[in-house]
Design a protein around this ligand. Structure first.
Ligand code: ADP
Ligand code: MG
Length: 318
């Protein structure tokens, strides 16, 4: 059963910037859905649209079968306990004047869920869960390492018992050696708490390590989506193919450490709004349709979807 379903989600900023452009996806309960995209492709905007921290321009959202897009403010507020976001930067997102006890307990206070000894007990429980020593209860954020600060962020997100955790580049700001520890903590927490993850990253190796499903976002749109096996072993979109061809072969034990950036400058041309949004950078764009219409995401085989005229022409003629 799908926990989250997004249909035609769109966000236009300043009347012209289509940061998220007609995105549809579903995330099954208990799954880890990896969303990949280079900087500026709309990942963080999509993350904020789901709990309606920003309002969509168009589209529908369903959580556990319930529509979220037409909930009133107070109803949506209650739903936000079930959908939490962990943001990328644990340095700027923690109030420097609050102790760990206050930071982790704050969501319970904001939502009026606990006070006094019940609050303290929950904070202790969360610190244990994320591997923070209880002795650090009264310390301030600057006394912690990057990895520990991200553990504080995770504890804050989990204290409300969410079902869906949106992780927006949760390890991008961390040293390589610490990234694996935080990712392994997330894997462990998912098993123990039965969580569903939307994991946003620009790191292909993180998706391969952590996720069941992988989707690639390009200029606000999903251009390929399938199981991790499908996307990594039989990539169909020229963009995905180019990215994967760029991965150096490494020792499998080191794959957690390989940092594959989509922000590579092998691609540089800009889209003018006509034809396929990837056509200016596409090594394969060669049929007329590539220059005249933007392809939709269509299924090519069970669970695998691609937005590419070359692929849809192939399957239509074979
Ligand atoms: P990503 O997280 O993939 O790097 P973002 O969602 O942050 O991408 O940004 C997608 C696009 O939307 C970018 O072009 C960005 O400049 C634009 N954008 C994001 N937030 C705003 C905003 N609040 N106002 C105007 N433009 C925005
Ligand atoms: Mg972002």
């Amino acid at each position: 059963m799908s926990l989250l379903e997004v249909r035609g989600l769109t966000k236009v900023f300043n009347r012209t910037v289509r940061a998220v452009d007609d995105v549809s996806l579903t995330i099954e309960e208990g799954a880890t859905f990896g969303l990949l995209g280079e900087s500026g492709s709309g990942k963080s905007t999509l993350a904020r649209l789901i709990p309606r921290l920003i309002e969509p321009t168009a589209g529908e959202l369903y959580f556990d079968g319930r529509p979220l897009h037409n909930l009133r403010d107070h109803e949506m507020r209650a739903m936000r306990e079930r959908i939490q976001i962990v943001f990328q930067n644990p340095f700027s997102s923690l109030n420097p004047r609050m102790t760990v006890r206050q930071l982790i307990g704050e969501p319970l206070i904001i939502f009026g869920r606990a006070t006094g000894s019940a609050l303290d007990a929950r904070v202790h429980e969360m610190m244990e869960l994320v591997g923070l020593p209880i002795e650090y209860l009264n310390r301030f954020p600057h006394e912690f390492s990057g990895g520990q600060r991200q553990r504080i962020m995770i504890a804050r997100a989990l204290i409300l018992h969410p079902r869906l955790l949106i992780l927006d580049e949760p390890t991008s700001a961390l040293d390589v050696s610490v990234q694996a520890q935080v990712l392994n903590l997330l894997i462990d927490l998912q098993k123990r708490l039965g969580l569903t993850y939307l994991l946003i990253t620009h790191d292909l190796s993180v998706v391969r390590y952590m996720c069941d499903q992988a989707a690639l976002m390009y200029l606000g749109k999903i251009i390929e989506w399938g199981t991790v096996d499908q996307v990594f072993h039989t990539p169909q979109h020229p963009y995905t193919q180019a990215l994967l061809a760029d991965i150096p072969s490494t020792d499998p034990d080191q794959r957690m450490l390989e940092r594959i950036s989509l922000e590579s400058d092998i691609f540089s041309a800009r889209w003018n709004g006509h034809g396929c949004r990837f056509s200016p950078r596409c090594p394969a764009a060669q049929i007329g349709a590539c220059k005249t219409s933007d392809p939709s995401l269509i299924p090519t085989q069970a669970g695998h979807r691609v937005a590419c005229h070359l692929i849809s022409t192939d399957s239509a003629t074979s």
